[in-house]
Structures are given as C-alpha cells and as structure tokens.
Design a protein around this ligand. Structure first.
Ligand code: MN
Length: 331
C-alpha cells in the first residue's frame, strides 16, 4: 500500500484539531461505520471530530457506537476548515454538507474505494480493491498507531459486513476476512452486528418489504427483476424511504436475474433507484447515465420525474447495457 498517502494523513492531523467527518447521502453501513470509527479514533488522540450526514441514519444502524452524536447539517453551528470525506466517489455525493458546513478552501482528506472516484480532495487514499472504505480506515488507524478500541472495531466491522453483503459478494477477499477477524479480536461483536444489519426489521420496514415483494416484475426474459415502491405504498405501510433499505437484494435474488432493481418514489416526483448486478452488467455505468454512481455490481441514482417513466427509462438503459449497445445520447 502507498506509504506516502498514509504519511499525508499524519501531516494533515498534526496541523489541525477540528474535523468534519462525512460520507455519501443515504448513508449505508460502510459510510456510517467508517465515519464513526474514524471519529472515535480521532477523539482518542485528542482531536475534535464532528460526524455530519446530509440524510438521517437508517434505524438499523443506530446501534453503532457513537451513532447518537451524528448531526444533520441543520444542527451544525459552525463551519469547518478541515474535513474527512469517506466512501464518496465525488464531493457531490455528500449532498449539501460541504456547502453548509465547510469554509471555502477547506482542506479535504479522502478515503474511498469506488472505481469511479473523480480525484477530488487534497489528501487521498483511494483503493478500489478494498472491500469497504472501513477496510481502508482500518489501515489508516493502524498506520497512525491509534489503538483500536472495541467501539472503533465495531464500526469498522459493520462497514465491512455491510459492503460485502455479509461476506457474500465478490469483493470479499482473504484480506477482508483477515481484517474482519482482527476487528473481532479487538472487540467487535460479530453476532450483534450481523443481527442488526441482516436480521432486524421494524414493522414499517417489514410492511414495505411485503408491498415491494408483491410488486415484482420481470423483464428481458427474466434477466431483470424489478420492484417498485410508490408514494401510496409508503403511506400504506407507514414507512419512510430508509425503511426500504436493502429491499433491492430481493429483486436481485430472483433466479436467473442478472440485474435486480428497486425504484422508489421517495417524495412527489423524486425517484430513487438501486441497481444490483451479478457481475455481467456494469450497473455503475447505467446509473451514471442518470447522474448516479456506485460500483460495477451495486449502484444507485436519484432523479426527478414520473415513477413509471423513470422505471421504463431504466429498463431501456439496462437492456442496452446487457446487449452491449451504446449508451443513449443526450442523457
Ligand atoms: Mn463503501
């Protein structure tokens, strides 16, 4: 690994005391676990970090050590000159946080594992081979010789477990498992994290899951499995968009599907879509046609528009990607 990048972090920390720590909108287990673990480590060496996300945490992640200290941009009383931006392929992915919480010219340190990372930031550790940003935060904390407390270990473990789908995805390397083992040695509660991420559902999230499952549609002779959640369905389930996190896995679970898709109307005419691929279709490229992004096998996007129309546009783009055709022009 690149020692110069690590030394850059050491110098960045030496000069400063207060840090904004943030990650992408609609934060997942890796975004939240990485930010909380890094913030705990910074606190342990006498720094003052503040973790801020543009959107609220999914209920399933509120068990993570330090989660109660996370703020929304509205709750931040000052602007920062230094920031850690984690698990984000571009600064835009963090939503309104930079604009609302950073001074112009603020120094930004980036830790990320997205292939499409656009090169933003002043100090960068970007390694697409890493299973999760948490794996890289682990490396940074080790390099800085900050002791890994049980709380830090648990955040990092949650990040890795989340981004590997419970050690099931192709990004699960032997190194990933070795890091995870070390985190359990340092006190991460593996059964509790697994239970929270994969076996705990609130009543609204179970109800919205039921409605989403019933909406299953197949396209392209079963190569695409798609589920749709309208505003009405959210209302009927008494559910919020974060209650639908992870439902896309069920669309992907359809036997024979190369792509699973979940399309949700999260607010009137505001559509969020999640895409999961078996590896034969680059859904990051498809999502990028709609201004979104992610990884080859897992990507997301948000657009304004009509639910059915966006879903049909996505079917078309996915079918084009599966058939190896050119992307649509002017999109
Ligand atoms: Mn990640």
């Amino acid at each position: 690994m690149n020692d110069a990048a690590f030394a850059g972090f050491e110098a960045f920390l030496a000069d400063r005391d207060e840090f904004l720590v943030t990650a992408h909108i609609d934060p997942d287990g890796d975004a939240v676990g990485s930010c909380l673990a890094l913030a705990l480590a910074l606190r342990d060496i006498g720094k003052t970090p503040e973790v801020v996300f543009d959107s609220p945490l999914p209920a399933t992640l509120r068990f993570l050590p330090g989660a109660s200290t996370i703020l929304l941009p509205d709750q931040v009383r000052k602007k920062f000159d230094s920031a850690f931006v984690l698990d984000s392929s571009s600064l835009d992915r963090t939503g309104s946080v930079p604009e609302r919480c950073l001074n112009p010219g603020a120094k930004i340190a980036v830790i990320d594992h997205h292939w499409g990372n656009d090169g933003f930031g002043d100090i960068r550790l970007v390694n697409p081979e890493a299973s999760a940003t948490a794996e890289l935060v682990y490396d940074v904390i080790e390099f800085l010789r900050i002791p890994i407390s049980p709380e830090i270990a648990e955040g990092l473990y949650a990040g890795i477990l989340s981004d590997t789908g419970g050690f099931r995805y192709a990004n699960t390397s032997s190194r990933t498992l070795r890091v995870a083992a070390r985190l359990v040695e340092r006190g991460a509660r593996a059964p509790l994290v697994a239970d929270a991420l994969y076996a705990t559902k609130t009543a609204p999230s179970l109800r919205i899951l039921g409605l989403a499952l019933a909406s299953l549609e197949t396209r392209s002779g079963g190569r695409i499995g798609a589920m749709t959640i309208s505003r009405d369905m959210f209302e009927q389930a008494g559910a919020a968009p974060e209650d639908a996190d992870g439902i896309v896995q069920y669309a992907k679970a359809l036997a024979g599907a190369r792509v699973g898709m979940l399309v949700q109307e999260v607010a009137p005419n505001e559509i969020r879509a999640s895409l999961r691929s078996d590896g034969t279709v680059d859904v990051n490229q498809v999502a990028s046609l709609f201004g979104g992004g992610g990884h080859r096998n897992a990507a997301g996007l948000r657009v304004r528009g009509d639910l059915q129309r966006v879903r049909n546009d996505l079917y078309e783009a996915l079918e084009r990607a599966m058939n190896g055709g050119p992307p649509p022009s002017g999109g």
